[in-house]
Design a protein around this ligand. Sequence first.
Ligand SMILES: CCCCCCCCCCCCC[C@H](O)CC(=O)SCCNC(=O)CCNC(=O)[C@H](O)C(C)(C)COP(=O)(O)OP(=O)(O)OC[C@H]1O[C@@H](n2cnc3c(N)ncnc32)[C@H](O)[C@@H]1OP(=O)(O)O
Ligand SMILES: NC(=O)c1ccc[n+]([C@@H]2O[C@H](COP(=O)([O-])OP(=O)(O)OC[C@H]3O[C@@H](n4cnc5c(N)ncnc54)[C@H](O)[C@@H]3O)[C@@H](O)[C@H]2O)c1
Length: 311
Amino acid sequence: MAQIFRTTVRSFATTSSRQNAIKTVTVIGGGLMGSGIAQVAATTGHQVVMVDQTDDILGKSKASIQKSLQRVVKKKFAEDPKGGEQFVSDILGRITTQTDSNAAVANSDLVIEAIVENIDVKKKLFSSLDKAAPQHTIFTSNTSSLPIGDIAVSTQRQDRFGGLHFFNPVPMMKLLEVVRIPATSDETFNKLSDFGKAMKKTTVDCKDTPGFIVNRLLVPYTIEAMRMVERGDASFKDVDTAMKLGAGYPMGPFELSDYVGLDTMKFILDGWAEKYPENPLFQPSALLNKYVAEGKLGAKSGEGFYNYKKK
Ligand SMILES: CCCCCCCCCCCCC[C@H](O)CC(=O)SCCNC(=O)CCNC(=O)[C@H](O)C(C)(C)COP(=O)(O)OP(=O)(O)OC[C@H]1O[C@@H](n2cnc3c(N)ncnc32)[C@H](O)[C@@H]1OP(=O)(O)O
Ligand SMILES: NC(=O)c1ccc[n+]([C@@H]2O[C@H](COP(=O)([O-])OP(=O)(O)OC[C@H]3O[C@@H](n4cnc5c(N)ncnc54)[C@H](O)[C@@H]3O)[C@@H](O)[C@H]2O)c1
């Protein structure tokens, strides 16, 4: 009897969560992460509205999604070019763009914020969205380093607030960290985890602790790599070679930094230095500051530690 009851409860829970499944997603920020998130959400059948500050930026976001989809087509539709064209046009057809974030959330089940890593800018955005979005809409941030709770206080819906931390490049990286704050309801958390699985990601449950799981370990590692080069103990190329061939990482810390974006790295480091001023680990990095001041932001700007410009 107890077994039957458990089964019935489980199947009711599954059915009811399916009925409430997230179908429409607003991705705010069409940069490196936002465009990847929009691509994967649309690929897995969701209707997506992608928001950024200008139509020009959104045009570049859509072009980068198209380029990424072409890589998938090359593999999956090698023998079927027509099928490949249809695949791309179906996915792009599920993505619309908007420059007005308040209008973009009007029919949204879920908001995923992926804008610049600055707490004040994120809070201002969510405070405004809170007034514009329907009651049921769940809000999430893809922040790398900011406490989700510090962002959620800008809204009146902390029970419908959480973190969805994706990894770069989103179409390739299988992990999704699903983050809950103490106020996140079980219903919200379960919906976010279900959404992650619907996006074909492996989800891990995280508390709102600094860096969640991955960045708690990745940040000190990356910082120590920068310090090693600043001290003159090794060249950045040798550090990368060492970590790839000696530790089996797909990218060394300087290739990864270029990939993440050196401006984003600086936002992370500066934010943690301000929040934890007593921790010597988070002191400014002269090397990182120099690259950012020179506009060398990594792969996205064509140059960082390495050069990405086509010769
Ligand atoms: C003092 C200094 C202070 C600094 C302080 C701050 C420190 C902060 C550090 C943390 C930053 C955190 C950022 C964030 O919060 C968390 C992250 O996202 S961390 C980043 C995680 N990502 C990685 O670790 C990536 C590691 N790299 C890889 O896995 C691989 O290199 C790669 C990116 C998948 C690419 O693979 P490669 O083999 O190298 O290259 P290929 O080009 O041949 O690609 C292989 C394969 O993948 C397909 N592919 C690649 N990219 C895409 C794409 N965007 N879309 C679709 N397909 C893609 C490609 O077509 C290839 O397919 P195949 O031909 O092999 O079938
Ligand atoms: N780069 C990574 O590897 C990585 C990985 C995981 C998480 N993150 C996090 O994701 C977020 C975005 O990072 P990114 O690398 O995509 O940055 P990015 O600089 O590539 O893109 C940010 C985009 O947000 C837009 N934007 C800024 N303010 C906006 C606003 N108010 N409204 C709408 N759009 C706005 C910018 O125009 C830009 O296109 C950050 O919080 C970052 O910490 C980054």
